[in-house]
Write a protein that binds this ligand. Structure first.
Ligand SMILES: Cc1cc2nc3c(=O)[nH]c(=O)nc-3n(C[C@H](O)[C@H](O)[C@H](O)COP(=O)(O)OP(=O)(O)OC[C@H]3O[C@@H](n4cnc5c(N)ncnc54)[C@H](O)[C@@H]3O)c2cc1C
Length: 293
């Protein structure tokens, strides 16, 4: 199965406009005041090297949405204008005339989970019952959204000699699907190990895509684990929480690796401690905390 198929697997978009994007480098890290995000990216030289590109603020069309696993909605968006991003970056999405409202507003930050150069843009979110997400889930294909981005430097480091260890908790997988899909598509030489923790087999979003990337990319290794499980659900991977022993059992040289961590706040804090416990240099830990879970 090709990456293009993987990127839209199961979503059955109403229309697909293939658009190859050019890789663009920028010399400056663009700083921007942030209305919606409480983003925490630990600044490192590698972060700074992965400079962001100029932002765009445009209308976009909802192509379609679908629950990919229970509780997680993936939605596809078609920007009105060419939209280029780097794997791992985010966008702010606002719903101009929301069907439901609450005091938490009608805009959110989401990691782009699709692969650069492979249309359409795909995002995924855990449904929590907020007015924003109920509006999004019920919005018909063709609904107009405001798309603001891309933002962020949560991107793969340049030095391929340094391996990447990725620790993803639940919905925190979204930027990594893009990063790993991009590394696979471009045959990047980086050695990447993904330790992916979920409560149960049925809550592990994009697991098929990730195992497919591992088949296509000899430099990528995925270790899914579940911490609770549902009786009767088949599961052929690891069980138990990610901790120092778990990481050391699956990677050779944690002290020499670049760590990437994303997920809910508790997961990010715990994994940051784990990484430093096993010798990671804090300068080599990049994390993104998803608030609201
Ligand atoms: C860099 C970055 C990338 C992200 N990527 C993704 C992604 O790919 N997918 C994704 O799903 N999310 C992502 N998020 C998080 C996303 O922006 C939302 O915060 C999250 O989805 C929760 O949205 P919500 O509508 O469910 O909750 P919200 O209603 O927006 O809740 C958000 C905040 O409000 C607080 N809150 C919730 N309920 C209440 C209440 N009743 N009273 C008072 N306070 C309350 C929460 O504690 C939280 O601090 C990302 C965030 C960041 C910063």
């Amino acid at each position: 199965m090709g990456l293009e198929q993987i990127a839209t697997e199961g979503l059955r978009p109403r229309s697909i406009h293939w658009r190859e994007t050019a890789a663009v480098r920028f010399d400056a890290v663009l700083l921007r005041s942030d209305r919606y995000r409480k983003k925490r990216v630990i600044r490192t030289a590698a972060n700074d090297a992965a400079a962001t590109r100029p932002e765009t603020d445009m209308k976009a069309r909802l192509v379609g949405s679908r629950m990919i696993v229970p509780g997680i909605l993936a939605f596809e968006v078609e920007p009105a204008e060419p939209f280029e991003f780097k794997a791992g970056q985010t966008s702010d999405i606002a719903i101009p005339q929301p069907a439901y409202t609450d005091d938490r507003g009608s805009a959110r930050t989401f990691s782009i989970t699709s692969v650069p150069g492979v249309a359409p843009l795909v995002f995924a979110t855990r449904m929590t019952g907020s007015a924003f997400k109920r509006t999004l889930a019920e919005a018909p294909p063709g609904a107009l959204l405001d798309l603001d981005g891309p933002y962020g430097s949560f991107t793969l480091h340049h030095n391929a000699a340094r391996p990447a260890i990725i620790l993803a908790g639940g919905i925190g997988i979204t930027p990594f699907r893009s990063i790993i899909g991009d590394a696979t598509r471009r045959n990047l030489p980086h050695r990447i190990t993904l330790l992916y923790s979920n409560t149960s087999a049925s809550s592990a979003a994009f697991l098929d895509d990730l195992t497919q990337f591992a088949r296509e990319n000899p430099n990528f290794h995925v270790v899914p684990t579940i911490t609770a499980g549902v009786p009767g659900e088949p599961w052929s991977f690891e069980t138990g929480r990610i901790d120092a022993a778990f990481v050391k059992a699956h990677v050779d040289d944690p002290a020499g690796a670049m760590f990437y961590i994303a997920g809910p706040a508790g997961f990010v804090a715990a994994m940051g401690r784990t990484a430093t416990d096993i010798g990671a240099d804090p300068d080599n830990i990049k994390s993104e905390e998803f608030p609201g879970y």
